[in-house]
Design a protein around this ligand. Sequence first.
Ligand code: FAD
Ligand code: NAP
Length: 549
Amino acid sequence: MSDTDTDTECSAVLDAVVVGAGFAGLYQLHRLDGLGLRVRVFEAGDDVGGTWYWNRYPGARCDIESMAYSYSFSPELEQEWQWSERYATQPELLSYIRHVVERFDLRRHITFGAAVTRALYDRHTHTWTVTTDSGEEVTARFVIMATGCLSRVSTPDLPGRDRYRGPVHHTGRWPHEPVDLTGRRVAVIGTGSSGIQLIPLVAEQAAEVTVFQRTPTFSTPARNRPLTREESDERKVGYGEFREWLRTTSVGIPRPLPVHSALEVSADEREAAYRSAWDAGVLGGIQASFTDTLTSRRANDLAAEFVRSKIRQIVHDPQTASVLCPTGFPLGTKRPCLDTDYYATFNLPHVRLVDLRKTPLVSFTERGVETTEGEYEADVVVLATGFDAMTGALRAIDVRGRDGVALRDAWAAGPRTYLGLLTAGFPNLFTVTGPLSPSVLSNMLISIEQHVEWITDCIGHLRSHALTEIDATDEAQDDWVRHVADLAAGTLYPEGASWYQGANIPGKPQVFMPYVGGIGAYREVCAAVADTGYRGFALSRLPDELPRT
Ligand code: FAD
Ligand code: NAP
């Protein structure tokens, strides 16, 4: 495409705007481009990659095997790409994404360094006007929010940040230039998936590491290793069937499906199952050993105790081991973690653990951070404090639907969507892996591809039937919101103060946001809705006298 074409594309009314150029936005662009639509993508970052562009901290890697955590839409792409490790690092994931962008010629449609700040719906023309932080304004029939479930970082509201003389790095906004921690005293706040990946690598470099832990985490060993050519080639034979199988499971992670209740087998059989999961190095393997880990507190306690016994075996100092042992919430109700040598890192003489439940953080000081117990000096502070998940990036945009209603107001008591795909009163505004869909409870690549394909088919359907608008009905949305809440209430999930339900963000409504019914079942619901003429949605066309895009 020439510059002139690009200029023309910019000034005309577009068919679609996609917000975000991570895995979701890029695939959405590819599919809409394939329909022959005029599409523009706005991305706040300076390059493609989303999660894998921003999270450059030491140790960042996926925790679902790369051969499953990758696009499946192109068999040629699947066959030609060679992963070097079982769990790819952030640089490798980023180069994979860049390869996809070049291979499918996607870059020409993307504007980088452009954060979308506003999206306003015009009920007369059935179009959206989208504005970026640089003041650019475009109009489009459809808007697809591919803004990410874990893209808006959460920073603790700790006073005194201005006083602290050293650098503060958030894992989700890690600098592009190398951060040399050799010989430095490093304070790490947060022990979720990011902290757990980062801490062992920081300990390899730093002179002193102080880990500030509020809630201990259930983590199991990743058993990462190089992926041999033979192993990879073996998987590539029948790759399609493997992917198809993953799509029918509950979370899309390659691991055995549970058959028994933890309570119906002998203690020896139970121990053997947990041990086998521990040795396999698969995300959520312990909870997936039995059918009832996330529905029976007794079953859950058994699994949790197994992990705690492993922590006590690995960590030499009993006091440190005890602080690292998670208690007070069921295993799996906060996202599980996979690590490499996380617990063993606390055996190193220069690594210490501070229990923030006993001695909470008070403030930054000039030389470090202070808890109720005293000051800890640090040359660098790392915030591994997570994200305003699932709704944060969407609520950050001033989205106004029919009658000028703000999405923030429509979601004031928690997100309301139909299928996690659209919100009533916000026609033609799709959310990829939106709240109340399986999203973060799954292999995200599978959920992303499913949503993108559903959205593409839906837009194709509207166009081929000369329809201009799709909106969720209030009734279908109310039913879906209730259904998602009922499913979650039948599990132990609400007992974990997790980011799944907004518990990590002060003041955020506490609503369990992902759909827990499994990706296989969810897929069938979405397909049935489309097959029955988009049941639960209102489809309409513009009066003839109004312009069509
Ligand atoms: P993102 O990759 O988050 O991309 C969203 C993009 O939208 C970002 O680039 C952001 O800058 C942009 N954006 C947001 N708001 C705006 C705006 N207003 N204007 C313009 N641009 C905007 N999931 C798994 O299934 N397996 C894993 O192993 C795994 N590992 C992870 C590791 C880390 C460190 C993190 C943080 C998450 C991980 N996830 C994992 C979840 C991960 O977010 C998804 O797998 C996936 O990468 C999400 O892709 P996405 O395109 O939906 O969102
Ligand atoms: P997270 O799981 O939300 O963990 C944040 C950590 O910071 C928690 O330990 C939290 O404690 C702590 N924290 C937050 N605010 C704090 C405060 N004010 N004071 C003290 N401690 C505070 O965030 P994350 O580790 O970035 O992970 C987020 C999600 O991203 C993961 O669950 C996962 O889905 C994804 N991810 C995946 C990988 C991977 O392995 N592939 C890596 C990184 C991230 P509390 O628990 O007490 O709130």
